[in-house]
Design a protein around this ligand. Sequence first.
Ligand SMILES: [Zn+2]
Length: 349
Amino acid sequence: MVGFDTRNGTGDEPACVDWLAQQLGQFNPDKLVTQRVPRKHGKPDSAYVLAVWGEPKLVLNVHIDTVPSGKGWLADPLILRREEDRVIGLGACDIKGAAACILSALTRVKPQNVAVLLSGDEEQGSEIMPEVIKAGHLDGVEAAIVCEPTGCQVGKRHRGMLALKAEFSGPGGHSSLADEIDAPLLKAARLADAIGKYGENHLDFGTPPYQGLCTNIGGVNSDGAYNVIPTSASLQFSMRPPPGDDVSKREADLHDIAAQRGANCETLVAFEPFATKDIEAFKFLFASHDFVDLPYWTEAAMVSAAGINAVVFGPGYIEQAHQPEEWVSYAQLETATKLYEAALSKGLA
Ligand SMILES: [Zn+2]
């Protein structure tokens, strides 16, 4: 699985999905759907495979894409290396390891009223999960385990994600004209200041561990120089609204602030926060597990927004994800496999 290059934006996610569909097909699902999905922003197609046994009330979901491999790898990141206590490879921890655990679990248990969804494009964009939901594949499903590296704890909440881009333009020119003509970069800087103040005014908003909005001014760009008035400037900024917050209201606030300053503004992503709807309903599976707050966004937010009671659970620790020499321990893989065995064989007890 690691050998398939599924680096988000450059890799071949459909090839990995086709291979996974073959693997799932060996376990005699009642329904096996493989779908290729086009993506925006010039990215190659992604895909998903859904295997269904009986009338599924529970779905197990794993994303099969990875982040780019970056610098610092001691060997080819697409060749899995086995060491005494761990496996090392791109996506081993985040989160192909979970897909391997599920395939392994399927060799030992008979799945009952359960579905397995292996899907692409989670790491940047999340364009596939909404397509799965829109196609009606999760209709009738009541509960979901979204697999991410939680260290085999159960993730019950996380923040949302809201990112915008604002653009300013002007005629540009020699800096001797700077007192007279439009200054796009100055306007972008003033907008950055206003967004920063909005964040500072909300530092006490919410309750720990999700206090504040994590307001981030991520980038300011222009085509100017110290002696050149730029013709354009762009500003990227984001916030992570806490569980329970209204993302569309935040989005409207930010658009208002940008519009007041004459910006041309577009939303890059607007992802909801996440909170498990009914923790008790999962206790039959996670009797002795800790339910924890997660520091990162997951597609559980999308599944939950579709009305499904969801938790996040998977092998490996987030500290090893998105890192060179990414690894997951055999111990974590074994613990997760046992849990997936129970989930697959019980469905929703
Ligand atoms: Zn992940």
